[in-house]
Design a protein around this ligand. Sequence first.
Ligand SMILES: Cc1cn([C@H]2C[C@H](O)[C@@H](COP(=O)(O)OP(=O)(O)OP(=O)(O)O)O2)c(=O)[nH]c1=O
Length: 665
Amino acid sequence: MVLNPVISKLAGKLVVLASASPRRQEILSNAGLRFELVPSWFKETLDKGLFKAPHEYAVETAKQKALEVARRMPFKHLKTPDIVIGADTIVTVDGMILEKPVDKQDAYRMLSSLSGKEHSVFTGVAIILCHEKENDEVDYQLVHFYEETKVKFADLSEDMLWEYINSGEPMDKAGGYGIQALGGMLVEYVHGDFLNVVGFPLNHFCKQLDMIYNRLELESGSVHNNGTHLILTQPSPNLPALSKHSSSSGPRPKSPSASQTNGTQSSPSDSPIHKVKRKDTESEVGESSWTLVNSLSKHTDDAETELRDSENTKLPPTTSRGHMIGHNLTEPEDSGPKKEELQRIIELMDGFKASKALFTASEMCVFDLLQSQPGLDAAQVAQEIKASEKGTECLLEACVSLGLLKSKERKYQRPVYKNTDLAKRFLRSDAPFSLHGYIQHCNNTVWPLFSHLESAVREGSNQHEKAFGKKSKDVFQDTFYNSQEIKLRFMNAMHSIAKVTGKAIATAFDLSRFKTACDLGGCTGAMAYEFTKAHPGLSVTVFDLPAVVEMSEHFHPLHTDNRVSFVAGDFFKDELPKADLYILARILHDWPDEKVHILLNKIADASTPGCGILLSEIFLDEDRRGPSRGLLQALSMSVGKQRGATEYSLLLESHGFITAQDVQC
Ligand SMILES: Cc1cn([C@H]2C[C@H](O)[C@@H](COP(=O)(O)OP(=O)(O)OP(=O)(O)O)O2)c(=O)[nH]c1=O
């Protein structure tokens, strides 16, 4: 039995701890983790001067320790591990990085520099996920993060210092002390994770495992919606506004008692605002980033942005390789462009090429073709998709480099191609979680709009006319969307996104007390079906424009659930169907505040105490510095607006709904 269910996800996997540290072994085995011990041979000799902040040094060392073991095992141990864990602990004080002392004198220098002061202990952790490929090569997916703990030492007398050094304890420990033993007597306070000081940030590690195995696992439709949040709100029963208030379009008067009177009001510790700020608090003690080494896709979480942002604010690099020599607290000299900096810029410059390669391969049905006929070479693919051989070869090779296709070299013959798992799951048009429809929308609608971004920025208006020769005010009702083909494409896009994200949204909250729901702007009903699938006692009415409801029949044959019904209407004008729960998934960002108020007013009118709203959107960070996905989307939005959690909560509150729960999925 293990306390943390994430640890149990590793049962049956070959987990390797690439560390000789007895502390790390003890922490992880006490947590119930079963692992094999293969200490790393990597020498901790990275040049500290190359790192902008101390944690980067610790993370890089942890990565190198783990990678060395991951690469060695298939050859020396003749087995490939599933996961390799590496870690590196350092102590920083006054801009210096302290590792393990080389001798007693070194320990004395370290401990006297810590005396009477607060210092930081950083542990960098690298988790390497090894994927064996058919050709016996191994792909390494790397997840790394770090944790910072602040420790304050009491003033240490010379006698104490030498007594402690002579105990022998300092010698194999970063900073020359062991907080878990005699060294604990030197410590006045600890802020942060204690185990991080001892050598392994167990809590942060479990959170990362959770990200790997629960959130990012794309099995059974649960996906990580990078930045998508859901809010479940319910009207306060004490608000007269909820019973019979006139449905004016402006905000309802806010009752100061609203949040105090409802029993479900969150305490500060679990209020949505607090949770949205979770990232800020976490960033005080640690950050994480996701990189894929060698192949396939690249996951980036918000913390990676924090990592970049924090570069300028952390300690300047030490200039020495040693433990305490020559630190520099002034502005570091610009030693020319760093590899990672250039890489980041190049990634940004090339981003559009990767998108367009994906769109083109998808439009030309390459993934469908290679699904039905795996193992074709470039000439055969070119013939099937009616394209030039040269162009097709370039496209196929680009897709291989992006992790969308796999190629197999053959002696004296041209390579053959087949879909990667990613392409099988998301890119073929008939896959259960196909994003084909959404990709087509990106290629045919979003892409042309973005090609006029400069004019959009100059003019502050949408560029439909320039991109498509038609003006667009209300994207869902104007002439642009009047074409059947375009409407169907848009519905296809919404359908595919709803299918991929629907389960995560439907299961994010306990909805057992709701018997009826209304999915406003529910389009093809894909989301509604996910809700009925997840909640056997729930019936869902999809409410959307008449033309949409009419066309949604194209998608119905897939579904036979009689708990999903469709009602045609305009949610700004017509009466809303009665329901216990109103679902607003990816709706509100399309509209300015005035329109949002009209819609929320109508929901409030249709609601009785105890009813709820489930809101799913990309929430901007409170400081509006991320996530990029939301901010980039805003660039092509015409009348709508991206908002943060507090902004949404305030809009909801002004119509008598208090935020009951906020989750990120
Ligand atoms: C600050 C501090 C460090 N430490 C230990 C944890 C680490 O084992 C060590 C820092 O050295 P590391 O280089 O991080 O680890 P290591 O050399 O012991 O093991 P490996 O490289 O094989 O993984 O210091 C304590 O045990 N207690 C403490 O209070």
